[in-house]
Design a protein around this ligand. Structure first.
Ligand SMILES: C[S@@+](CC[C@H](N)C(=O)[O-])C[C@H]1O[C@@H](n2cnc3c(N)ncnc32)[C@H](O)[C@@H]1O
Length: 534
């Protein structure tokens, strides 16, 4: 906990700094912010059971797959460089699938900064009045600014205009900042000081640099990444005061996603009355070592959650000695480096010609995995192998090579063993899009010369079965009212409309699906234990 008694006081009439004590020690502030969210169960902010500070608790049991609360964050912003998202309503203007409708009009860039994009004149006008008038020159000067840093500018501008209430200001003042942790690291301290000074200058020097400097790590620590349901990656950041109290676990009981400007928190597991809510601050699909190093770098703690402990135990059981475990971690990094080079090579042809040959990349991955497990084989569920397979599928799709894309995606997805949650839904949709792409091929397409590949009707049956499962899981993960869930159900309905015979939900379809899936997984050399059950 940092308690910086020299914190500047001259930042606004109703903004008085107090040393940090954990928000739970201020029940009036806690109640005020809890009243601002729409929750399905009573919530409370108390001393955390996970971290040294505060945490968010449910006072009534929440079953798995339920909404815990939804909220309009105090402020949200899109990262510069994500053009399809409207910087005001935060909608993906290219997302026909997400809402099952036509894409919105192409987002147009602001003529001033040429960075912020808006999907309509109304959004542009509203954003101008609310924040863009102040931020246009900031974006013009730093076009690649990260959303968290842009939001610090917004906070300071709003504070100057009295657009932040006393309660909001007091809560922000009590946020964990890790200011001392940053200060103890010369390079990182220089970086936050630099960014803080930029905010200070943007105010014409009217706001104390001590405050702007400190707010940079405060926002990094407390902003939640803005991830719409249909996206695997986040596209911006938001500061939601209630959500700042949620602690991290790599095996969380809840997760956050965005529907337009609305933040939604849903349960991934049953949380008994009195239980603390946890979310994963980082991409939960990444391997233990990378998770640990990211948490350490961004949040200055070592994670001791059951998953981290369990995975390290699994590696010890498999590999026995420290040198072998170290070699395995080195191999994990090597696969990741290889995949990032291959992805960049595909995006910028000619830049890394050595990585443009996807078959060559696959061979290199095989060599790396065999080296790490010389006497057995790399377990298919251990990252980053499943993610690398999914990325290779993407690369094959980029070249229109459907068969190798399908094989790689099936191996990546089914063998990862993830069978529920938001990541399962996103990954299944990747597999389903490839399966559906076969439906657009002519029956005499060369791809069907491979007699082991199931016939187009069988591929359609598997796609229907997977869509049916994914639809149900999307409803559980994101909720039936989420646009993404509705979009997936619409795709299922349109595929079913063209499919003769049995439909999902019937015993007949389950049998048909089991036979078709068996053919497909045999073709992809996937053991039967990994098949999906309907
Ligand atoms: C968004 S805040 C969460 C609320 C915080 N506990 C508080 O009192 O304000 C994030 C910070 O909480 C702490 N934290 C969150 N999860 C943790 C965990 N699993 N172990 C240790 N500290 C954690 C870290 O200091 C992290 O940077």
């Amino acid at each position: 906990m940092d308690t910086d008694d020299n914190f500047p006081q001259d930042v606004g009439e109703d903004y008085v700094h107090r040393p940090r004590e954990g928000l739970h020690k201020e029940p009036a502030l806690c109640n005020a912010i809890l009243r601002s969210v729409t929750s399905s169960v009573p919530l409370s902010i108390r001393s955390s059971t996970i971290s040294p500070g505060s945490g968010l608790f449910v006072d009534q049991t929440v079953e798995e797959g339920r909404e815990i609360y939804r909220s309009e964050p105090l402020m949200s912003a899109i990262d510069a460089g994500n053009p399809p998202f409207c910087h005001h309503c935060l909608r993906d203007t290219s997302a026909a699938v997400e809402n099952g409708s036509e894409p919105l009009s192409q987002a147009k860039a602001c003529m001033g900064c040429r960075v912020a994009r808006f999907c309509s004149k109304k959004c542009q006008k509203d954003a101008w009045a609310k924040f863009h008038k102040d931020e246009c020159s900031v974006l013009k000067n730093v076009p690649k600014i990260k959303a968290e840093h842009l939001l610090v500018h917004r906070l300071i501008f709003w504070q100057q205009r009295k657009g932040i209430t006393t309660t909001q200001g007091n809560v922000i003042e009590m946020l964990e900042t890790h200011f001392n942790d940053y200060s103890n690291d010369g390079e990182r301290n220089a970086e936050i000081l630099d960014k803080g000074m930029a905010v200070h200058k943007a105010t014409g020097g009217k706001v104390h640099a001590g405050l702007t400097w400190r707010m940079i790590p405060a926002f990094r620590t407390n902003c939640v990444r803005l991830r719409p349901a249909s996206k695997k990656e986040s596209v911006g950041a938001a500061l939601d005061l209630v959500t700042t109290t949620i602690n991290h676990s790599c095996e969380p009981n809840a997760f956050v996603f965005f529907e337009g400007t609305q933040l939604r928190v849903r349960s991934l597991k049953r949380i008994a009355a009195g239980g603390e809510i946890s979310i994963c601050y980082i991409d939960p699909t990444i391997d233990t070592v990378r998770r640990q190093s990211m948490l350490n770098r961004e949040h200055f703690f070592d994670c001791y959650c059951s998953r981290c402990k369990g995975e390290e135990k699994e590696y010890t059981t498999l590999l026995k000695t420290k040198p072998r475990i170290d070699a395995f971690h080195k191999a994990q990094r090597a696969i990741l480096d290889l995949m990032s080079s291959a992805v960049v090579a595909a995006k910028y042809p000619g830049l890394y010609p050595a990585f443009e040959d996807i078959g060559g990349v696959e061979t290199q991955i095989r060599t790396i995995t065999q080296g790490a497990f010389p006497s057995s084989s790399w377990p298919d569920h251990i990252e980053p192998l499943p993610s690398a397979r999914m990325s290779i599928a993407d690369l094959h799709m980029g070249h229109g090579n459907l068969a190798p894309a399908l094989r790689s995606a099936l191996r990546g997805k089914l063998m990862s063993c993830r069978r529920s949650g938001p990541e399962f839904v996103n990954e299944m949709m990747d597999v389903i899009y490839i399966l559906l792409a076969f439906g657009n091929l002519a029956v005499d397409d060369a791809v069907f010369e491979d007699k082991a590949l199931p016939s187009p009707p069988d591929l359609c049956t598997v796609a229907c079965g997977y869509l049916y499962e994914t639809c149900q899981e999307a409803g559980k993960a994101f909720g039936g009212d989420a646009a993404y869930t509705k979009g997936i159900c619409d795709i299922l309905a349109s595929v079913l409309a063209k499919k003769p015979g049995e439909k999902p939900g019937s015993e007949g379809f389950a049998k048909e699906f089991a036979i078709a899936q068996a053919g497909l997984t045999d073709w992809a050399a996937i053991p039967s234990s990994y098949r999906m059950m309907l």
